[in-house]
Design a protein. Structure first.
Length: 123
């Protein structure tokens, strides 16, 4: 196993790594929509989705990969009513063949975020 870390994504807020590489896969921890430069979260589901995916992209780039290497994502939403808006931004940042995905609503997300996205990429 190899830990992946970059200052271009938010630091872990607990005892976990931004990502772990093992056997050709990179497992990115769930990314909150925190701007690493400011420490702030943007307003709105579309902006938060974009920031979460940009954070994941920064971590993947630190591993020498990009979003095109993602094979699976999990999207956590604070409100399933935000699914459509999240999906619009998601479709802008991923292209076919799209990764497999799970998306569901949870009761709460850390720091009051509207979305958190984790992903698995392959070399």
């Amino acid at each position: 196993m190899n830990a992946i870390a970059t200052p271009n994504a938010p630091a872990a807020i607990g005892p976990y790594s931004q990502a772990i590489e093992a056997n050709g896969f990179v497992y990115c921890s769930g990314q909150l929509p925190i701007n690493p430069a400011t420490g702030a979260m943007p307003e709105g589901i579309k902006e938060q989705t974009r920031q979460s995916l940009l954070n994941a992209q920064a971590i993947l780039r630190a591993a020498g990969l990009d979003l095109c290497h993602v094979v699976k994502t999990t999207v956590l939403l604070s409100d399933i009513a935000n699914f459509g808006a999240m999906n619009e931004v998601y479709a802008e940042l991923f292209s076919a063949p799209f990764p497999a995905r799970s998306a569901f609503a949870v009761r709460d997300l850390p720091k009051g975020a509207l979305v958190e996205i984790e992903c698995i990429a392959v070399r």
